[in-house]
Design a protein around this ligand. Structure first.
Ligand code: GLY
Length: 316
């Protein structure tokens, strides 16, 4: 196969606008650092799956984002994380649901790609961690702890935590952080990964969309990662809906436009990023902001300045 120009898009969540002093510039720097590191891997011939796993690890390790280190706390003060990986070429999904005390949940999803049992929840994932001798890691950060304590004092009036961990806690509007990576490699293969700490302050046992095909889905034709309120994403079955439309012949942009028109009509609060096998890079949102950045091969760009409300855009 003739070499294809690699493409990459990542997100660090969607929700209300950033308000803290750190604001958009710091988030942009964090996202661009990951874009640069992962795009270099793609140029070196890394597979889409390997690039996606590395991108997810880097975003999970950044305490600003709600996944891995820096994950939000649930109502009982515990951190439970979920992550999924889908290889578009193999059309194979794997993931973990509500795992604890782990640095990179995406690593378990990667391991499960070649396992006969490909989605594990709490106890099974903990068993697998022991089996693989993955060291224990406490993903708790001071900002997320303070966010939980502040909310605990108010007896949990917010429905979820901030989209990113900002130094000045956002007290008015809720956010919906998650991270996601979509890549097209030089062999024309697509992959997608999504990782989250959940909504924050949620009921014990609540399951995120991120480790479901609703939030993370790919075929050889298109790959999509979602962010936003998990329940809204599940109700729209957003990632699978967009991918199926693109696989059945709509352009990726048209698949986004149709799906986001429906989501907006249903008053959903969500966002998504995607790439198709032609190299089209598209993102969309019904929320105020989606924190996405991309590499087209010629340039790096982002969605941080995009206006409020429903928007579908492509990178080129
Ligand atoms: N989209 C992340 C969550 O709702 O858990």
């Amino acid at each position: 196969m003739q070499a294809v120009q690699p493409k990459l898009i990542i997100h660090g969540g969607a929700g209300s606008s950033l308000k803290g002093k750190s604001g958009a510039e710091v988030v942009r720097r964090s996202l661009y650092d990951v874009i640069e590191a992962v795009y270099a891997l793609l140029l070196d011939g890394a597979s889409a799956s390997a690039a996606v796993v590395r991108g997810c690890q880097l975003l999970e390790d950044d305490p600003r984002f709600n996944s891995g280190t820096g994950s939000v706390l649930q109502s009982d003060g515990q951190i439970r994380m979920s992550a999924a990986l889908m290889d578009g070429q193999a059309q194979r999904f794997s993931g973990v649901i509500n795992v604890s005390r782990l640095k990179n949940p995406i690593d378990l999803a990667e391991f499960l790609q070649t396992s006969p049992d490909r989605v594990l929840s709490e106890h099974g994932a903990a068993d697998l961690m022991r089996e693989l001798q993955i060291p224990l890691h406490d993903p708790l950060t001071e900002i997320r702890l303070q966010e939980w304590i502040q909310e605990r004092r108010g007896n949990f009036t917010k429905e979820m935590a901030g989209v990113v961990a900002e130094k000045e806690l956002v007290s008015s509007e809720a956010g919906r952080g998650t991270i996601g990576v979509v890549a097209l490699d030089d062999q024309g293969r697509l992959a997608v990964g999504t990782s989250t700490g959940g909504k924050g302050f949620e009921r014990i046992g609540r399951v995120s969309d991120s480790a479901m095909p609703a939030g993370n889905y790919a075929t050889p034709h298109a790959a999509v990662s979602c962010t936003g309120i998990g329940e809204d994403i599940i109700d729209e079955c957003l990632a699978a809906r967009i991918v199926v439309r693109a696989t059945d012949g709509l352009s990726l942009q048209a698949a986004f436009e149709r799906s986001f028109t429906e989501a907006a009509k249903n008053q959903r609060d969500l966002g998504a990023i995607a790439i198709d096998r032609t190299g089209a890079i598209v993102w969309g949102k019904t929320s105020e902001v989606i924190l996405a950045a991309f590499h087209t091969g010629d340039r790096i760009g982002d969605s941080l300045e995009a206006g409020s409300g429903v928007m579908v855009d492509r990178a080129d």
